[in-house]
Design a protein around this ligand. Structure first.
Ligand code: SF4
Length: 248
């Protein structure tokens, strides 16, 4: 019998450490598949943020550096500038990237650093106990907004792709989700494209992926995938905002 689906070599054979239904595992598998298919596994260096995504180095067969909270784009910048032939990417959640790390996020994008940012947006601080993040949806209950996020008190959820799209330098900006098989296929293609843009020297690439956090949301895995489609995607539209072919 022919094997048509197996573990990519870039995904290490270790027990899953994420909560059941967490999409970090889906996204890390996609990165592993892309690294294997492009032959970039041994050239890849990841700067990893703080949060559940910080476990990336435990799962992927590539070099990783754990950055201080929010500083992954700055760390990735330094690595890429001294190792321009390597594939350098940051892997960050929304608490890390859009809260404490917003300054690094904006300035690395504005400089057009030749790095890739993989932004896993699950609209909550997952690892630290389910607090409100900058991306938390209006009305969403979190441990710090038990009555739901209120725009008047807490501001509006930040659409990071659209924010970065105001800048001149980025080469590729896109938002995907992994809540359905077809969206998973598109997310993988987006990751591949972002890595190829970097390796072709075309500039900064930013890939946001909407991700389920069943534990932080208080939902079962299937219900959390439904919530991605019915709630998150209504506010965070999927699609490619910018690519080198289309220009700005
Ligand atoms: S807390 Fe949320 S983001 Fe963290 S591992 Fe669990 S489901 Fe995933």
């Amino acid at each position: 019998m022919k094997t048509i689906y197996s573990r990519p070599k870039a995904l290490l054979d270790v027990p899953n450490a994420f909560c059941p239904g967490c999409n970090h595992s889906t996204i890390m598998r996609l990165i592993a598949e892309v690294l294997e298919e492009t032959g970039l596994s041994q050239k890849a260096i990841a700067a990893v943020g703080i949060g559940c995504g910080g476990m990336l180095g435990y799962f992927l067969d590539c070099d990783t550096v754990n950055a201080l909270h929010g500083r992954a784009p700055a760390v990735a910048t330094g690595i890429k500038r001294v190792r321009p032939d390597n594939l350098v990417f940051a892997y960050q959640g929304d608490g890390d990237l859009a809260s404490i790390g917003m300054a690094e996020t904006i300035h690395a994008a504005n400089r057009g650093e030749k790095i890739t940012i993989v932004f896993v947006n699950n609209v909550i601080f997952g690892m630290t106990g389910g607090q409100m993040a900058p991306t938390t949806l209006i009305g969403q209950n979190t441990t710090t907004t038990p009555d739901g996020r209120n725009a008047e008190l807490h501001g509006y959820p930040i659409r990071v792709c659209e924010l970065i799209n105001q800048l001149d330098a980025p080469a590729y900006i896109a938002r995907f989700a992994v809540n359905t098989p077809s969206n998973i296929i598109k997310a993988k293609a987006g990751l591949k494209k972002a890595f190829e843009i970097q390796m072709a020297g075309k500039g900064y690439s930013f890939v946001e992926i909407l991700s389920a956090c069943p534990t932080g949301w208080g939902l079962m895995p299937l219900g959390s995938l439904t919530a991605v489609g019915e709630k998150m995607m209504k506010y965070f539209s999927l699609g490619v905002l910018r690519s080198p072919e289309e220009g700005k």
